[in-house]
Design a protein around this ligand. Sequence first.
Ligand SMILES: O=C(O)CCC(=O)C(=O)O
Ligand SMILES: [Fe+2]
Length: 410
Amino acid sequence: MAPVAISEESGNGTISSVAELKKVQANQRIEETRVINPFYSPSAGNENDDDYSYAKYKPRFPVVNWEPLTEIEVTDRGHFADSSKTALFSAAQKVKHLTPAIGTELVGIDLRQLTDQQKDELALLVAERGVVFFRDQELSIHEQLDIARHFGPLHKHATTPVPREPGLEEVHVVYNDASRRPDASAFSKIELWHSDVTYEIQPPSTTSLKVITCPEYGGDTLWSSGYALYSSLSPGMQVYLEGLTALHSAVAQADGSRAAGLHVRREPIESIHPVVRVHPVTGWKSVYVNPGFTRRILGVPKAESDTILNFLFHQIAENVDFHVRFHWEPNSVAFWDNRIVTHTATFDFWPQTRHALRATPHGEKPESVEDYESRTGKAAKDRQIEIWKEQGVEIPQSKKGLSRARGCND
Ligand SMILES: O=C(O)CCC(=O)C(=O)O
Ligand SMILES: [Fe+2]
């Protein structure tokens, strides 16, 4: 057989036997199929650190071991807010709603100046609008953590990186640069949609991300409203989903980290949460599954679980009426309510650098419609219908078709 010319693999640039060729090809295949999850940034190198003012916030993976999380008491700050949000809105030059379903930008506010009353109103606004944006924010990561702590006890992530600066283990670092090329063969775009760490017993509530370095264009983030997804469904489907629970798992994330040679700081867990949860402050119903972490619906045939989840995942990722897309600038900050939205970053900016810091308060244990209604004595609501009622709009007949079958879970 004629020698086959290949790159550096065979040392002298030629391969003389079929066995050797097969070995080289197998190695190439392994290299090609190596999974690179864009969320698991490896330790970034030290190149250009002298010129980079945020080098102290570059990723680090400490080799420490944390105990499993246990249940904690959390009271949402939105409960304390004045529903007109006058203190917050009167401090803004402009309040810009970005789509009917989701997303508001507040212009002219300095987050460092917020009073506790304004923070409570922000929590309520985020609970209603899903995600709220601010630009040109000088607040430090320490000040960002202080605001987050106002919303709830902070989550420490078991696998994603923390900043090099000591004492910031509650911060989740997002960092990508030229050394890290996203691997489109490893993940579909649908799989990247997620709500943060939904496998936890008490997944996050009012979460914030500050982008400190980003390309001039590219690297946008999209959010999808779980309220809007719920509202879009037929009454029969709404009732069906309200009676279901689903399994959320950290196992794949931990396995992915270990496969990348990284240390997992807390053993992965799996939790069962309602498929429709009620936001404790708005009382609105939201579909609470996500492609990133929800593995199956419990108590139904697997084929049914796969089909229903697949339908919901596609709606989350593809129904653009549920979406808002945000273009970041350095010092932009987003606050989103992880209980009622999913999100995905875009990975279209390689080889440029994008660097962001997240603070993540724990929310309450997700509450089903039935549990919310028996705890509060109030009926959980469909956000869209509430908004139409407020606007004096007649509710379409198709939305009136079925009332909720009470006691169907008894
Ligand atoms: O990079 C982003 O825009 C978001 C990354 C992410 O999913 C997160 O920080 O929760
Ligand atoms: Fe996220």
